[in-house]
Write a new protein. Structure first.
Ligand code: SF4
Length: 332
């Protein structure tokens, strides 16, 4: 472990307002077994100290709106030439959606994420009809993410309907890398929506992608998000090539890079929910928690193709690791 790495770790422990050099020293220095473990241990210690060891399980329902970006993002299943893969982005009918919410509530989840695709002219009417339909059956906490397609008026309406947590994925602060990966999307509109969410006094949920731009961009993106005082949740997605997409030949991002960036995000956002996007998958869940993730995980995932109920499995796993599942968010 280099002296600079040790110094950078001391500095980030003392002060969360560290600069790029310190954060980059941690990221680039965590390349040996002992330095990576040191970074992950510190991130886990901060999580335990600030958030405790209780895990909340949530639902995740997708998609509530189609993605109509033209063209769709180069890495996304929406841009795949394979119909079966594109079908992962099919939109739930309203009845399927309300049944999914009912199922998630019956399983004891305290909140559910609902996500959809985006369109730059706005999905305000569509999102309102989805929320109205859900509010007829439950006042369960909802987190909504349909990209930069919500007006300020809709944010205010959502707040009135008890929806206080809005997702808007930054993906990367490198606008050129953003444009290359997401030619149909609008970088500035995403920033403007994040600012509007903060102005309206709502909570922000955002995602940064490992493998989009350079690793320096990844760290700069996490540092950039510190300007928002309302980051409730910050997740790291990990690029994996999808068959039939323009990026199918591109190399996958390193999972280790995602873990290192996630641990740094935990140190910079000690009171926020931090983790891999979509839970990262059950096979890496234990590693994710050991690297400082928490304290909320997807317990149930529902789309048009599947209903994945992982509540009992995750409950057993996190209990084995010394965590508790928050009462009311598990069937056991
Ligand atoms: S905005 Fe989201 S759903 Fe649409 S193409 Fe991009 S990643 Fe896929």
């Amino acid at each position: 472990m280099s002296l600079q790495f040790k110094e950078a770790l001391k500095e980030i422990k003392r002060e969360s307002s560290v600069d790029f050099n310190t954060a980059w020293t941690l990221f680039s220095g965590a390349k040996t077994w002992d330095s990576a473990i040191e970074l992950f241990s510190e991130a886990s210690r901060v999580r335990d100290e600030r958030l405790g060891n209780e895990i909340t399980l949530r639902g995740h329902i997708t998609m509530i709106t189609p993605c109509l970006l033209d063209p769709p993002c180069k890495y996304c299943s929406a841009s795949s030439s394979v119909p079966a893969i594109r079908a992962n982005r099919a939109v739930l009918r309203l009845k399927e959606l309300t049944e999914a919410v009912e199922y998630i509530e019956k399983r004891g989840m305290s909140y559910t994420i609902i996500t959809g695709g985006t369109i730059l002219k706005g999905f305000d009417a569509e999102v309102k009809s989805v929320v109205k339909a859900i509010r007829e059956i439950t006042d369960m906490d909802l987190w909504i993410n349909v990209g930069p397609s919500l007006s300020t008026e809709t944010l205010q309406w959502l707040k009135h309907m008890g929806v206080n947590n809005i997702g808007c994925s930054l993906e990367t602060i490198n606008s050129e890398a953003f444009k290359d990966a997401k030619p149909g999307d609008d970088f500035n509109r995403r920033i403007e929506l994040m600012e509007a969410i903060e102005r309206e006094g709502m909570k922000l949920w955002t995602v940064v992608m490992t493998g989009l731009g350079t690793n320096q961009d990844l760290i700069q993106s996490i540092l950039y998000l510190r300007r928002f005082r309302n980051v409730e949740s910050l997740r790291l997605s990990v690029f994996k090539p999808i068959a039939g997409t323009p990026w199918e030949q591109k190399q996958p991002a390193y999972m280790l890079d995602a873990f290192k960036a996630m641990a740094i995000a935990r140190l910079l956002f000690p009171d926020s929910e931090v983790g891999l996007a979509d839970g990262g998958g059950l096979d890496v869940l234990a590693h994710e928690l050991m690297a400082g993730a928490g304290n909320s995980l997807n317990g149930i995932l529902i789309n048009t193709k599947k209903k994945e109920d992982m509540v009992d499995y995750i409950t057993r796993m996190v209990t084995d690791l010394g965590f508790k599942v928050r009462p009311g968010s598990s069937s056991t």
